[in-house]
Design a protein around this ligand. Structure first.
Ligand code: SME
Length: 158
């Protein structure tokens, strides 16, 4: 696997994530390991973690990186926008995204993938990078793959 073979890296991470969470039903434990796996295996990240959907807003869950804002309103920031759309958002330049919420001043670009269960957004997974335009469609597909593996392990997640 070449260092630039992102699809192969994400496939490998998918196998590792599936193994990490297979025998565990606790969503906090499993999202904690997912955040740690991604943060330590993907290059050029300064933050990786989850926000849970709680009563119409997003609440901080397990993550790796600097301390972050705890609550994000539905529709606000990159995370709230991805949650409201139920679709992945890639932001190549956070300064050019209206309403971007700056948790870590080092962040230059961002990728947020919603986690969908039973047709509902139950959480979002957020990646930040200190490099502008760090995330492309291969990262989108890769993180969406990991999100699908997580959600599949939690069929009762609501
Ligand atoms: N930048 C995000 C907030 C979360 S932090 O990046 C960890 C946003 O605009 O929603």
């Amino acid at each position: 696997m070449g260092a630039d073979d992102k699809p192969a890296l994400y496939r490998e991470l998918g196998i590792q994530l599936a193994a990490l969470i297979a025998d565990e039903a606790d969503i906090v434990a499993n999202t904690a390991n997912m955040a740690a796996l991604i943060y330590h295996r993907l290059p050029e990240l300064n933050w990786a973690g989850v926000y849970f959907a709680r009563e119409g807003e997003l609440v901080l869950g397990p993550f790796q990186g600097q301390p972050a804002c705890v609550r994000i309103a539905w529709g606000k920031g990159v995370c709230g926008t991805a949650a409201a759309r139920g679709a992945t958002v890639i932001v190549p330049d956070v300064d050019a995204f209206p309403g971007h919420i700056a948790c870590d001043a080092a962040s230059r670009s961002e990728l947020v993938v919603p986690l969908l269960s039973g047709g509902r957004v139950v959480a979002v997974f957020d990646l930040d990078s200190p490099r502008p335009a760090r995330f492309d469609d291969e990262d989108r597909a890769g993180i969406e793959l990991l999100a699908a593996i997580l959600v599949r392990n939690h069929p009762d997640w609501r």
